[in-house]
Design a protein around this ligand. Structure first.
Ligand code: TRP
Length: 478
């Protein structure tokens, strides 16, 4: 196999860690995780999510990285090359193709939501939220909610922010991932974590920290699996486990080749187990911090954790409005959130861009423009879902999906179905099809090492069974 990637390479394993953490940490941690935990009642959701991260996420991330490192090409071509060399069916390249479709869909809405965060930078910088100090307490929530709904109900404004974000993503992609990204992320990621810790301090002092903590970690599996119990009937419902598993894939950027393509840019010698563990821990830390920041504020202000997509945009501005220097901290926070989203967005289209360069002989610039353009257009669906198409329900005949807007459906199918199916295929391929010799060679482990056996056990049995069971549930729910 060729030794280096034609798309460039990270300067060291540290470059990979930074880039993969940049991919993993994003809106999934700070926007999506808290609102989903809120929606599904906290504790049990969080624990199930953590289990999925550890038992499915970590081994599948290792599998993705090793495929990329082995193939050194875009996911589609890496899979092709690896299957050819190992003389197994080339049908497994479907993993790459599925990733292309998933990537366009995810990026299309990811950019719209990142646009919301962009829109909040000037709102905070200009001190919009400091006026809540003059409001009677019962009007504070109304105030922040109005500002949020004014934004999302205006398609033109959403379009402007979405376009700005997508443009910025295309620019970095056009320059090449390792050139621009690695350098800027070295400062940005630590800054984001520093700010998260500062906010945690704020929540500990001024929020109802214990209430938030209990909400996140008190486990009630009964309510998790049987959310709609009446005194006479209890029916099992697999929706919450499905959402928790989907979130584990989403937050770790797994199941569509994003981490695979970053693995392709790894230098030859790199201990995959160690570097992926660091990425998984950093990502989990970011999500837990976000929860521990947001829920104490929710409870000390008498808010409802089940507020859906607006949760972060309602709670944090309240905290920033009351905080000394909140305009500065707030603007900085949303700026860092946008940057975190940016480094994630880049990883969502890099697999497709790399494939266009390899197979369609496009220049990096035209490939970036083409992919960004398509995702930008698909993004209209998300934009309209919050206003003009708010009442458009495409699947009214399926109870679980009946009140989902087009955006909800895209989100549901990508996170909860397409990514887990991609992850399942990756686990099956690396666990059962790829010769063990290749696997151990790429992991730089020997076949009788305990950690190698554990990895293989998770990948062959636990991951496929776990994903299979949760997905089968879905069939039951539908
Ligand atoms: N993990 C990122 C987040 O949590 C989003 C993301 C980046 C992603 N690349 C991905 C999600 C690939 C799924 C697949 O915000």
């Amino acid at each position: 196999m060729t030794d280096t990637s034609i798309h460039g390479e990270w300067s060291s394993k540290f470059g990979f860690i930074i880039a993969a953490t940049g991919s993993a940490v994003g809106l999934g941690n700070i926007w999506k995780f808290p609102y989903m935990a809120g929606e599904y009642g906290g504790g049990a959701f969080v624990i199930f999510y953590l289990l999925c991260v550890a038992l499915l996420g970590l081994p599948i991330m290792m599998a993705e990285v090793l495929l990329g490192k082995r193939g050194k090409l875009s996911p589609i071509n890496s899979m092709r090359k690896i299957t050819q060399n190992a003389q197994v069916s080339s049908r497994w390249s479907i993993i790459g193709w599925l990733g292309v479709l998933t990537g366009f869909l995810i990026l299309s809405y990811y950019s719209v939501i990142a646009g919301w965060a962009l829109a909040y930078i000037p709102r905070l910088a200009l001190g919009t939220f400091s006026s809540i100090n003059e409001l009677p307490p019962d009007q504070v929530l109304q105030f922040v909610k109005t500002i949020f709904s004014n934004l999302i109900s205006d398609p033109e404004r959403l379009l402007a922010w979405h376009s700005l974000f997508m443009g910025a993503t295309v620019i970095v992609i056009a320059y090449g991932v390792e050139a621009g990204l690695e350098k800027s992320l070295r400062f940005m990621m630590p800054a984001l974590f520093a700010l998260l810790f500062i906010l945690l301090g704020y929540s500990m002092v001024n929020g109802d920290f214990m209430a938030g903590f209990h909400f996140m970690f008190d486990i009630d599996f009964h309510r998790f699996f049987y959310p709609h119990c009446t005194p006479t009937a209890c029916e099992f419902n697999g929706e919450a486990p499905l959402a928790a598993m989907g979130q584990a894939f989403f937050t770790l950027s797994l199941g569509m080749g994003a981490i695979m393509v970053y693995g392709a840019y790894l230098p030859k010698h790199a201990k995959i187990g160690e570097i992926t563990a660091i990425v998984v821990i950093a990502d989990t830390l970011a999500a837990l911090l976000a929860g521990l920041i947001i829920f104490p504020i929710v409870f000390s202000n008498g808010l409802d954790p089940n507020q859906g997509v607006g949760l972060v945009f309602h709670t944090l501005p309240i905290a920033f409005g009351k905080m000394l220097g909140g305009s500065i901290f707030g603007a900085l926070f949303f700026l860092l959130l946008v940057l975190a989203a940016w480094s994630s967005a880049i990883s969502i289209i890099e697999p497709i861009v790399a494939w266009l360069i390899e197979s369609k002989k496009m220049s990096r610039l035209s490939a970036a423009l083409l992919c960004g353009g398509i995702a930008w257009m698909v993004g209209f669906v998300t934009i309209l879902s919050f206003n003009l198409w708010q009442e458009v329900k495409l699947l009214p005949m399926i109870p679980l999906l009946a009140d989902k807007t087009p955006f909800d459906l895209i989100d549901f199918f990508t996170s909860n179905v397409m990514l887990p199916v991609g992850g399942l295929l990756i686990a099956l391929f690396v666990g059962w099809v790829l010769p063990a010799r290749i696997v151990s060679e790429e992991l730089e482990m020997t076949e009788n090492q305990l950690k190698y056996r554990f990895f293989r056990f998770l990948l062959r049995f636990i991951a496929p069974l776990g994903i299979g069971l949760v997905l089968l549930n879905l069939v039951g729910i539908l």
